[in-house]
Structure formats: C-alpha cells, structure tokens
Design a protein around this ligand. Structure first.
Ligand code: AMP
Length: 885
C-alpha cells in the first residue's frame, strides 16, 4: 500500500491535472508565510512517532521542483496512532494563523480486505510554546484544531485512469499568543499523503493613500478592525489626520483624512515633488539685460532655488528657463509670446472704421513706451499693411473698406525694444446698408430685458395664483391626506396613510384604526423582549367564535404620562392602517383597562438582526433572498401608502417560524427617540446614522428614497448575517466616509447582483435609487433564476479600497468576462432592458454590438437582433430619461 501512495504522489506531482499554484496577487501581497513545506528542498526533519508511521519522501511538484512530502498507509493494521510533528514555528507578529494543507486520501472502499480498519480522515493539532522544545514530544499537550476529511478520495480505478484528486483544506487558529507553536498530524489508520503544508497570517500591507503612509499592520484575531494612523509623506503636511482601518482579512478599509503637499511641491503619484515652473521671457532686440534685469518685475517664487539658463542666443535672448529644486524643465522648441494681449475687444465697428482696445500686458519688462498696431486686408495676405502707433491701449482705424475682413496684430515697445507680436485678430467692417453701433446694440439689449421681465412677472403671478387656488382646494378634507406622502403621485381610489397627529384627539385615531380588545381574551405567557414603554410578552388571544392565536403583547408600564400614552398608542394607530403579509399585523389594543396594551401577531423568531447572528452562515442564498423580497414587498406597500418609515433596519424587522420577514416599529418621532442606534445630529434630530441616507442626515429629507438607502443597509446586514454596518467606526467617521463617496464592501460570498443592488440603493442622488417596486421585481427574478446567485461580488476583482464608490457600470463590468456579464445581465437589473423596462444600471449596454454578442455565443440572428435593438431602445430612452424609469 505504501508503494501505492508513493506511486500516486510521483504521478501527482509530476503531472499538472490539479490546478497549479497561482495564488491571487492580492493574497500574496497580504499574507506572510510562517512555514511552507514546499520551499524546503532538503529534509524537513519533522518528528514522526512511532517511526514506522508517517514517512518523509521526496517528490517533485508540477514544475519538477523537488519537494518533501509525508505519507502513511497502515490500513492493514488495527489501532493506528501515528503522529507527525512539525519543527517549532516562530509566531512573528501573527495574532491568528491559517494552515493550508494539500493532501490526497485513498477511498477505503476501494481497498479490498481492509474494511473496518481503514479510516478516511486524519487530525490536525497544535501546541503553543514560548521556546523550541527540540525533540521532546508529548501527545496530550496538543490541542485539536479539526478532523480533516477529503472532499475527494481516490480509488484504484482512478489510479488506473490516472485521475488524481488533490484536496486543499484551510483552517484558522487563533488567537495565538506564545512565541511559537508546533503543528501535528495524527493518523488513525488512513492511507494519506500530505503533499504540502503552508502556515501563514494575513497582513494589511504597507500602503500610501491620500499622501499618507500606513505601515504593515497585523489584523486582530477577532472581528474587529485595527485603526491605523497614517504618516504624511515627505514634503507634505496633514490637512486632516489620515486614518484607515485594517480588516481581519488583511484589507485596508475606509481611508479618512489626508495630507497635502507643502507650498512649492506638487503631488506626483504617491509623493510630493518639487514644482518645476517655466517662466517665459520676452525677446530683447537691442540690449542684453543682466540677469537682475530679467528678474525685475518677477517675484521669486516662494521656497524655491532658482538657476537661470539661457537656452538660446541668436543676437538677443529668446527664452529663459527657471529651474526649481534641481529639476531641469525642458523648454526645447518652446517659443514664447512676448506680451500677451488679452482680452482684446472690438469697441465699435462701422462701414469704414473700427475702434479697438486691449489690456496692458501683465508683466512687461519695463515701462511701455507705445504700442505698434499693424493691420491689413485679410485677402491681401500681408502684402501691403498699415502701421499705427498708440500711446494708450486703444486705437481707431479709419479709411477702411466696407464689408471687408481685416487682420490685426499688436506689439508693445519698452526701453528693451519690441516684444513679440500678439496673435492675429480678425474683424469685419459693416456692410454699406447696415451698421451696428454699440448704441443700437444697447437698444436691442433693453428690448430683450423688458421682454424677459414681462415673462418673469407672468410666471410669478401664475405661481402665486396657483398656490392660492391649491390652498383653497387642499382645505377639502379628503385631499388633505395627500399631503402626508413622500411626493409620490397616488391615484385616486388607492388608500393612503393618515398621520394620527392630524387628529385633534389622538385616541380618536386609535379607535378609528385599531380594534378595542377585552383584556379577558388575552393570556400572557412570558416576557420576550423589552420595548421603550414596557415589556413585550408572548401570549394567546382568544376572540369569541375564533380560534386561539399566538400574539405578542406590548404593555405600557405604570406611571406613564399622557404624552407617553399617546406616543405608545400612535404605533397602533399607524399599524392598524396597514394590511399586508410583510407588515406586522395589529390584532387590537386594550385602552379601557390597565395595563394599556398593543396586541400584534406573534413572530416566533424575534428580530431579524439577532436571528441572523444566531444562525450565522446557515441559510441558502435563496432563503436570504426570500427574506429580502418580503421586506422589499412590505416597503413597497408602505411607500405606496405614502408612509416613510425612517428607521428601516434589521433590528426593526421581525421573523416568524416560516422565515417570513415583516416590517415593524412604526411611530412618528418616537421611533427614532427609542431606537438605541439613533444619535443626535448637529441639527438636533435623533437619527440612526448608519442606516440613514445622507440627505436625511444633513437636512432631514426623509422620503421613500431615503428608505431605499436604508433598505440597502438592511440588504448588507442580511447578507453578512447581522454584522454591524461600518463595524465599530464612529458615527462621525461614517458620515464623513459616506459623504466622501465610500460605500460598504460586499459581505463575504455576497452574490454580485445583490451587491449591485446595494450600491444602487446607496446612490448619492436620491432619484437614482431604485424604487421598492423595482427592488421587488429584481429579487423576484433572482428567485426565479437561482443560478445567478452563484457569481459572488468577492470573486470579482476588487480594488484595495473596499469601502468603494464605484459606478454601477464599473461593478457590472467587474463581474468578469463578457460571457459572465451577459449571464448576469439575465438576472441583473439590466435584464429589465430586454423586457422593456429600463433601469439605471445599464450604462454598459449601449456599447454592446451584434459583434460583441456573437463573440459570447449569441449567434442566432433573432435573439441577437432583439438584444441589440433593445439596447438601442434603452440608449435612446436613457438619453431622454437618465433617471430610473
Ligand atoms: P419593539 O419595542 O417593537 O422594538 O420590541 C422589542 C423586542 O420585542 C423586539 O426586539 C422583539 O425581540 C420583541 N418583539 C416585538 N414585537 C414582537 C412580535 N410581534 N413577536 C415577537 N417578538 C416581538
């Protein structure tokens, strides 16, 4: 049997059936190896106990590089207990280590006569010590990391077919605290070959971001982030203290703050370099000025060392290069305008004359004695010209031909001679019959202004009258309700939400929307939670001639004030107006006896955030999308009713025993008052910062679009199984980071389509966020096509900065090849394009041609044409309506 494993190892290692080791670059950059058995070409010298157990043998890897491997295959003998212990591995700065094992394992069923003794697993163990213990080895000191089983074991037949199955398993160990550790492999009777062992830890590598350098940083062993302060690079200083967070995965998150280059330096790449400035000088025809003269009139730039180099001397100086900080700028082939004449203005033109003026050059090299004005008919092409001199900055040219184009150049003269000529300006005299003077243009101007004023006045009057009429109309009681909406246009006949605060007596609202229950119908079983106003209990409700129902009972604790009672019952007044399977259902209220109670349907699994945390990684993608779909559907209902939730978060979603999610926690100001997540903003209001859209934080613009932002956060919470959005970043940092355009990264294994949806919900421009109706339809499509959930956002290339601000199209493009992309398009919002409903994420579509489609295998003319024409339609549609439609 041993020779058998030996055979297969030789084959395995000299053959490249299994994937060659090409670690992802990002991984290489952010991991540090503590041990790599493949790196050692001599004997590894690990301890094998007993000596006839694990055996060290040589093999070659897929590149024919010799490597050392271990195997054991005592499957014919009972009671095997073979140990293999590595050498002592110094921990370095690791807080948590990763062990990557590559191995093959023989399928016991394929070994005749050994059934009963053969095993298909082995154990991985470790021991932490502060020093190398040499060959001293005691089994009982080791702690088990895991039992390792093969995903795929190989059989005799596989060997015959030369099909080989290499397993790769990675296990995490941490926290590790002592100076070093050993790993051990315990075999209890398997036929196994350990091909390679790699031990590493993750690290956020040195990086320069926003002109601040961040050192190699070892992540925490738990789920917390390490906050790291950046150091400004040379020649820069802090504008705002630079900081970043190092995640447990060895990735840098959320750059905040930055450094700016000092004066005289500019940002190049990730450093500040001395500025190179080229100063342009005039030509001097007659005199050769000293360097000092050249300098006069110019301010020596602050903080710079100056060397002047004469580039050329052809009778007079044509140009000078100033060199800062030892960097020579290249001025070859650079000829400079002597004096910039700008702006140039045509004051008046008539049939035979024209008046012109210009501004003095900004930096003459002396006092300007006069200007030379040279002009000629354009047609004559400078064969004959006229020269005038002017002491001031204006001139009138007379004796010109009517309706003729002239070209004109100006140059200035100082004691040093003439500067270079300005560029040519073209002007035209008026035709015989018509001339525009500035007076006539003024008349035109006055006429236009008067007309504009009249139009403006009319519009103002229209608005004022319209408002007045609108006000009169809104006095009608039925229409008053439309004002509590979110700006949605609602059709007559569709029920809208009524704000209980509009009732003079709020208890009237309670009785309009909630049924009064008799306390004797309610049996309280136990306390299940704590609310702001009292305990939340589970119990049963038995109404006459109805079957008993499980219910949740919220109670108002004794000693309440009138306001507390009103606020407590306002939740029932709101909830009682809703009737939807994804909104928590109100059974009724008890107000006529004490304690005052609100009775709702019972949700067995409590609030969604804690439920997900309790069941980390236990649901399928479809189950999660199903929950999300429910929440979106409830929110669609609320937004159709004109109700803005303002506090949509996983903690305010309840889950029943069938995993149905329902939106809860209704109220007005009180919702935010009693949410422990809500924090006071600078404007005084209390807001759950991490869940709230920027416009709602900064100017309290709460709409269904701000609810859509919160929905994106709930989506993130669900996909990360109840992780806290933005982890332990402070509220201020969250506000700043979001404002600077950063967004939460995709949760682990999050389907790309769902991450795309999150990013869309987090569009800064609130009109670009998807409506709940669109969210429901996107999720429905995902549910119908579960295969689409397989492409995860984490597998697509990600920039180092994870809290990113990528446009939708970039994300779509980052999904992989065009083929992958199209696969995704089938389920992405873009798919809407093919069914005639467009959506804002489709930026990339218009670039798709029939050729592109052919390349990815859409070769049948029909579908190809349909797709391309849908794309064209989308393109023209999106030109007219850039917002989602
Ligand atoms: P609330 O005051 O609405 O935030 O409720 C406080 C806690 O009571 C929640 O976090 C839930 O754990 C629990 N709870 C509230 N309503 C229900 C319900 N209808 N069914 C089950 N548990 C509930």
């Amino acid at each position: 049997w041993k020779s058998l494993t030996g055979l297969h190892i030789d084959y395995l290692l000299s053959h490249s059936h299994f994937p060659t080791v090409i670690p992802v670059v990002i991984l290489l950059l952010s991991t540090v190896n503590l041990l790599d058995s493949k790196a050692s070409q001599g004997e590894l010298g690990w301890i094998s106990y007993p000596s006839h157990g694990w055996e060290e043998i040589s093999g070659v890897d897929e590149h024919y590089t010799p490597i050392r491997t271990f195997q054991v295959c005592n499957v014919m003998e009972y009671s095997q207990n073979n140990w293999l212990r590595t050498n002592w591995i110094p921990r370095q700065s690791a807080k948590k280590i990763y062990v990557e094992l590559k191995f093959t394992l023989r399928d016991c069923n394929s070994i005749p006569l050994v059934l009963g003794t053969c095993k298909e697993t082995f154990n991985l163990l470790y021991l932490e010590t502060d020093e190398d213990q040499g060959i001293r080895f005691r089994e009982h000191q080791f702690s088990k990391i895991d039992t390792i089983a093969a995903d795929e074991s190989f059989t005799q037949m596989d060997l015959g077919d030369r099909i080989l199955k290499l397993n790769t398993e990675v296990r995490e160990v941490g926290p590790v605290t002592k100076k070093g550790f050993y790993l051990a492999f315990q075999d209890v009777g398997a036929c196994v070959a350990l091909v390679s062992v790699r031990v590493y830890f993750k690290m956020c590598p040195f990086i320069v971001r926003n002109l601040a350098s961040f050192p190699d940083t070892v992540p925490m062993d738990s789920h917390s982030l390490v906050e790291v302060k950046g150091l400004c690079v040379n020649h820069s200083k802090e504008q705002e203290p630079p900081r970043m967070y190092c995640s447990t995965e060895g990735e840098w998150l959320v750059p905040i703050g930055k450094c700016l280059c000092n004066v005289g330096y500019e940002e190049r790449g990730s450093s500040c370099q001395g500025k190179t400035t080229i100063v342009h000088f005039y030509s001097f025809q007659h005199q050769f000025p000293s360097l000092l003269d050249v300098w006069s009139g110019w301010r020596k730039p602050y903080n710079s060392s100056v060397i002047c180099i004469f580039k050329e001397f052809v009778g007079w100086v044509r140009g000078v290069t100033i060199v800062f900080s030892g960097m020579v700028s290249n001025t070859s082939n650079t000829w400079f305008d002597a004096i910039p004449f700008a702006p140039f203005q045509k004051d008046r033109a008539s049939r035979n004359s024209i008046s012109l003026s210009w501004l003095e050059p900004e930096r003459p090299n002396g006092i300007i004695l006069d200007y030379e004005v040279k002009y000629y008919e354009k047609q004559e092409q400078e064969t004959s010209y006229t020269i005038l001199r002017s002491k001031g900055c204006n001139v009138t040219l007379s004796g010109l031909k009517a309706d003729t184009s002239y070209l004109l150049q100006i140059r200035a003269r100082t004691a040093a001679g003439y500067g270079a000529s300005s560029r040519s300006f073209e002007f035209e005299t008026s035709p015989d019959s018509f001339s525009i003077s500035s007076e006539s243009s003024q008349v035109v101007l006055i006429a236009i202004s008067t007309a504009a004023a009249i139009i403006l006045l009319t519009v103002l009057l229209y608005i004022v009258i319209g408002r007045f009429c609108g006000y009169r109309r809104s006095k009608h009681p039925d229409e008053k309700r439309l004002h509590f909406g979110n700006g949605h246009l609602r059709l007559p006949g569709i029920r809208t939400y009524v704000d209980p605060h509009t009732y003079e007596d709020p208890s009237q609202a309670v009785h309009e929307f909630a049924k009064e229950l008799d306390a004797s119908c309610i049996a309280i079983d136990k306390v299940v939670g704590a609310g702001e106003f009292g305990e939340v209990c589970s119990g049963r409700l038995r109404l006459p001639s109805k079957k008993e129902n499980c219910v949740a009972i919220k109670t108002l604790k004794a000693g309440y004030t009138d306001k507390q009672r009103r606020d407590f019952l306002s939740e029932a007044s709101i909830m009682g107006q809703f009737d939807h399977p994804n909104i928590i259902r109100l059974e009724g209220v008890v107000t006529r006896s004490k304690p005052v109670m609100i009775v709702t349907e019972y949700m067995e699994n409590g609030s969604l955030d804690s439920f997900l945390r309790k069941h980390d990684a236990q649901f399928t993608g479809i189950q999660l999308v199903g929950m999300l779909r429910g929440i979106a559907s409830g929110m669609k209902y609320l937004s159709d009713m004109g109700y803005v939730h303002r506090d949509l978060a996983a903690r305010n979603i309840l889950v029943n025993s069938n995993l149905v999610c329902k939106v809860s926690d209704f109220g007005l100001s009180r919702v935010l008052e009693d949410d422990p997540e809500a924090a006071y903003t600078t404007r005084g209001g209390k807001i759950p910062i991490r869940w709230t859209a920027p416009e709602a934080i900064s100017y309290r613009k709460f709409t269904s679009a701000s609810d859509a932002w919160s929905y994106g956060i709930v989506l993130w919470e669900v996909m990360s199984y109840g992780e806290r959005p933005y982890w332990e970043m402070s509220n201020q940092d969250v506000i700043k980071a979001v404002d600077e355009g950063y967004r939460l990264p995709p949760p682990m294994d999050c389907p790309a389509t769902l991450y795309q949806l999150m990013l869309d919900c987090w569009q800064k421009e609130r009109n670009n966020r998807p409506k709940f109706e669109q969210i429901v339809s996107i999720l429905d499509k995902l549910i119908r096509n579960p295969g689409s959930l397989k492409i995860t956002a984490n597998t697509s290339p990600r920039p180092a900065n994870l809290l990113l601000d990528r446009s939708s199209s970039e994300v779509v493009q980052s999904l992989g090849t065009m083929g992958d992309w199209l696969d995704n398009v089938r389920t992405l919002p873009c798919k809407e394009a093919f069914s005639g409903v467009s959506y804002s994420s489709c930026d990339t579509l218009p670039k798709t041609s029939a050729e592109d489609l052919k390349k990815v295998g859409v070769t049948i003319v029909g579908p190809q044409k349909n797709i391309v024409s849908s794309i064209k339609a989308l393109e023209s549609h999106s030109k007219n309506a850039p917002v989602p439609v």
